[in-house]
Design a protein around this ligand. Structure first.
Ligand code: ATP
Ligand code: MG
Length: 389
């Protein structure tokens, strides 16, 4: 029996004249994400997108799994393709719905007839199919108000489709439609969640990671790559810049007061990130900061890090509790990787008494003996790139 995937795009429907652009972007993303699974055609009609396998070896289950992680999709379902003929619809439905009808008690049929040439009206289709299912599955009853399962029949231009279950999509907007931004990614819990949250709003991601060998190990770098590959299952491919940060940390340790270490380090990260972001075509930075979570994330601290950066810094987790962040991180499967113990450049370099109420003036004084420009230039020239897919 021939099956297809039906996609309902959510918020896209609200985008007026832009809608077509958003749909085209979604379809392009879908093609890219499904292309290695076998030949398909993707078609759109009346706020539905149809994914139709063209080869017998198409990996349908894997396709559904991937579709569940593509932003811009509100809901999706697998559906059986029928002739536009009521007998064919009835016969195939009984067979196709066998499993979905097995563990329920009540159902109802909803029909939509977009092709008005189809000889039966929608209520007639419901009656016919409802009756057929009742006689095929005598344990079932019809409940039009609160059914366990809704069976949908759609008569469209290209064919008739029967489906039993609408699944939730990942929501959001198609990646790429909101532009490009760079996520500052550490190996922690927060930054992968921040990356995912912004990709969900349609941003394509670049990533920047500061590595401090030998304080940080190759395993810490692998961890970051693993985290990004998990985010990339939603966001699509990510270009990762790895910035050598050891020398800068050593210089900070040598020339700056200890209670400012973290802040100055973060200011250096922001300066370098902005330059890299501009070079790579990103319009904003993204961080995993959450207000008050640690000393470098109090409002006065954020003022001092923002002040060295002339591009917007998006902080999608700013108002979230750790618990909420952890919940998302479990949902997107980054949590278990994030809690692996490998050290981060921040953890090996934490002052005993970090400043929680720094001022801009004091920060500038604290870094007065630092050869900031030189250090930035050198770090950028030694930055290496990895493509995460
Ligand atoms: P996370 O859980 O993401 O590590 P955190 O709560 O540990 O965050 P910090 O270590 O203070 O917070 O870092 C705040 C933000 O700074 C991170 O969310 C991330 O965006 C960025 N950041 C921290 N360390 C690095 C790093 N080594 N490379 C790139 N960005 C980093
Ligand atoms: Mg961290």
């Amino acid at each position: 029996m021939k099956e297809i995937i039906l996609i309902k795009n959510g918020e896209l429907a609200l985008k007026g004249l832009n809608r077509s652009n958003f749909e085209d972007a979604l379809i392009k993303n879908m093609k890219r994400r499904l292309k290695d699974l076998g030949e398909i055609t993707i078609r759109k009609a009346q706020s539905t997108i149809y994914v139709e396998p063209k080869s017998d070896d198409f990996d349908f289950e894997e396709a559904l799994d991937r579709v569940s992680r593509i932003f811009g999709i509100a809901g999706f379902s697998r559906a059986c393709v029928c002739e536009k003929d009521i007998d064919d619809i009835l016969t195939k439905s009984v067979e196709y719905l066998r499993e979905s009808m097995a563990n329920i008690k009540t159902f109802k049929v909803e029909a939509k007839r977009a092709d008005k040439n189809f000889p039966l009206t929608s209520p007639e289709i419901c009656r016919e199919l409802g009756g057929k299912l009742l006689s095929a599955y005598p344990h079932l009853k019809v409940d039009v108000h609160n059914p366990d399962r809704v069976v949908n029949v759609e008569i469209r231009d290209y064919g008739a489709y029967v489906r039993a279950e609408q699944l939730h999509g990942a929501g959001g907007l198609p990646v790429g439609t909101a532009g490009v931004a760079s996520i500052l990614i550490s190996g922690g819990i927060d930054s992968p969640v921040a990356a995912w949250t912004m990709a969900k709003r349609g941003l394509r991601l670049n990533a920047i990671h500061f590595a401090s060998p030998p304080y940080t190990s190759a395993r810490a770098e692998m961890k970051v790559k693993t985290l990004l590959s998990k985010v990339a299952r939603y966001s699509g491919s990510i270009n990762l810049a790895i910035v050598p940060f050891t020398e800068i940390q050593d210089e900070i340790a040598k020339h700056c007061p200890e209670d400012y270490f973290t802040l100055i380090m973060r200011r250096m990260m922001m300066r370098i990130s902005e330059r890299l972001a501009r070079k790579e075509g990103s319009l904003a930075l993204i961080t995993g900061e959450s207000l008050g979570q640690v000393a470098s994330q109090t409002l006065p601290a954020l003022v001092t890090t923002d002040s060295v950066c002339n591009m917007p810094v998006l902080r999608p987790l700013i108002g979230m509790d750790k618990e909420e962040i952890v919940r998302i991180s479990r949902n997107i499967d980054t949590f278990e990787t994030s809690i692996l113990p490998y050290e981060d450049c921040c953890t090996v370099f934490t002052p005993k008494h970090p400043k929680t109420r720094p001022t801009l003036e004091l920060c500038e004084q604290a870094e007065a003996d630092l050869a900031i420009e030189e250090l930035i230039e050198k770090a950028i020239s030694e930055t290496s790139y990895t493509y995460i897919d």
